[in-house]
Design a binder for this molecule. Structure first.
Ligand code: HEC
Length: 239
């Protein structure tokens, strides 16, 4: 019996995310809300305007945005599809890739910008949020910036025109040195939308799973109630 209990607790321990170090200590929390379609749409807009030139979402298709995010086909074709394939505009059913040449981009950045479809699952939403709010000026780096979470990162701070440029003060705190278009709160809200979008992309089935989950739970509650009534009925004459 003791052995069985022991096996149970060891399994629980192994399955817990803490074992894999999934929750890093210095990560900032981010309020993910996949039901908030407006936030997901804003996130998509920020992504396609600022990130799609270098990064891909190669395991996702544009057409999924129609039902999942409520963006019309015309809108997607006009505002989100910015690439062409063999001279024609990329089709709605295509995967979200770009046309950068891997060799030449490697020459510029030292690495090929990774695909971001699954990053919210591999790194976590909080990781991406913290990463995008941790850039600071560092003239010793080729891009002129460094990152507290990802030291010596090769990505430029592409959203600096929105956030401004931060620097590390003598207490190792990030403080704004040059102002951007947005204040810190507005910038954090935009990054929340962007990370919300990347979280949806990393597992689109979540949207459906949560709504199906509600009906499954409701069904179970009703089913348990009916079973209980049945039990009373069966045992009525026995006692
Ligand atoms: C000019 C090209 C460029 C643009 C534009 C760009 N990135 Fe990057 N990004 C990179 C490169 C290069 C790396 C790899 C950095 C490294 O490994 O040192 C990277 C790395 C990342 C990573 C880390 C991935 C990982 O798992 O290591 C994330 C997350 C990321 N970018 C998100 C974004 C987002 C979100 C945007 C849009 C706001 C964006 N990037 C725009 C070039 C770019």
């Amino acid at each position: 019996m003791i052995k069985r209990y022991l096996a149970f607790f060891i399994t629980l321990f192994l399955l817990s995310p803490v074992t894999y170090g999934a929750s890093g200590g210095d990560l900032k929390p981010v309020a993910i809300d996949l039901d908030n379609k407006a936030s997901l749409q804003r996130g998509a807009q920020i992504y396609f305007n600022n990130c799609a030139g270098c990064h891909t979402l190669q395991y996702h298709r544009y057409s999924k945005f129609v039902n999942d995010l409520g963006i019309s086909e015309e809108m997607i074709k006009k505002n989100l599809i910015l690439t062409t394939y063999k001279g024609e505009k990329t089709k709605l059913g295509s995967t979200i890739v770009n046309s950068i040449n891997h060799d030449s981009i490697k020459e510029v950045f030292g690495v090929v910008p990774p695909d971001l479809t699954l990053t919210a699952r591999s790194r976590g939403s909080e990781w991406i949020y913290t990463f995008l709010t941790s850039f600071y000026e560092d003239q010793t780096r080729p891009m002129g910036v460094n990152n507290v979470l990802y030291p010596n990162v090769n990505m430029p701070h592409v959203l600096w025109y929105k956030e401004g440029l931060k620097e590390l003060d003598e207490n190792n705190q990030l403080v704004i040195k040059i102002k951007g278009q947005l204040n810190q709160k507005e910038y954090e809200q935009e990054i929340t939308d962007l990370v919300n979008f990347l979280t949806y992309v990393s597992e689109p089935a979540q949207l459906e799973r949560y709504s199906i989950g509600f009906w499954v739970m409701l069904f179970l509650v009703i089913f348990v109630f009916i079973t209980y009534l049945l039990k009373i009925e069966y045992w009525r004459d026995i006692k």
